[in-house]
Write a protein of this length. Structure first.
Length: 263
């Protein structure tokens, strides 16, 4: 089975959800979709007169902010995705990690700041997820999670997707982004190992916002998921993008110095 991680930015594209639904409708095994929704959170916090801050990419989440995050992710974004799937004939159900205790977490500790209600996943209720997918349901999961202290926590969607993929023994975790994959000289590199990826970062071929994307992909295969993928919607539909594995793929040219890196 496959886990899809959907970024919140892609939901602003009016054709994205229809394309995503078309892809899911064509899959033989229902995937699990984990989604973010940063823009929806920012838009809602502005409406209610709040302003959040971030520390190393983590949104500091106090009591007021956790309510905003819950409304934006579980209320708005989650149902937006489910509605599009149902319209395409996909039997879908929208949940958060709090529902049924699907995602259980501990408070995330940062060395220099109190992040508030920000958590990191420690348990995934795979029995419930397997029951739902066995019924042919596509589960759409908001990363909000239940702490062992009984509070709701905000969890990074990439981290939640990785935890779900690992616990469910998924064959692949696909990060559906606004980029087609790792590019070199305008070409998509179809396959990368961790060592090859680090070389591309060192040589400045993978830069800026792509660096945390590939780091998340590498962290997932390091934990035991066989494959991760970075791809955009068009690549998802055409089966392209960049796949990361620990195995060296077919031979290709190393665009950093002309030597063979076995891409």
């Amino acid at each position: 089975m496959q886990v899809l991680k959907i970024g919140g930015n892609e939901l602003d594209d009016p054709g994205f959800l229809a394309g995503l639904a078309a892809y899911v409708a064509g899959t033989a095994v229902p995937p699990i979709i984990v989604h973010g929704g940063g823009r929806a959170i920012v838009a809602l916090e502005q409406k209610v007169g709040l302003q959040s801050t971030k520390v190393d990419g983590h949104r500091v989440t106090d009591r007021e902010m956790i309510s905003v995050v819950q409304m934006a992710l579980s209320g708005q974004t989650n149902k937006q995705i489910v509605t599009a799937l149902l319209a395409a004939g996909v039997d879908a159900i929208g949940l958060s990690g709090v529902d049924g205790g699907i995602l259980r977490c501990l408070k995330k500790h940062h060395p220099t700041a109190d992040l508030g209600y920000v958590g990191e996943i420690s348990q995934v209720r795979t029995d419930l997820l397997r029951q739902l997918t066995s019924l042919g349901l596509t589960v759409v999961l908001s990363p909000l999670s239940l702490g062992f202290d009984g509070y709701t926590y905000n969890v990074n969607a990439d981290d939640a997707a990785s935890a779900v993929a690992l616990a469910m023994q998924a064959e692949r975790l696909t990060f559906v982004s606004n980029v087609p994959g790792v590019l070199c000289d305008g070409r998509i590199l179809p396959h990368l190992t961790p060592d090859q990826t680090e070389t591309l970062i060192t040589h400045g071929i993978i830069t800026d916002g792509m660096v945390p994307k590939v780091r998340a992909a590498l962290a997932t295969i390091a934990q035991g998921v066989p494959q991760t993928q970075i791809v955009n919607l068009a690549g998802l539909l055409s089966n392209s993008g960049t796949i990361f594995t620990n195995e060296v793929g077919v031979s290709s040219t190393d665009y950093t110095d002309g030597t063979d890196m076995n891409y």
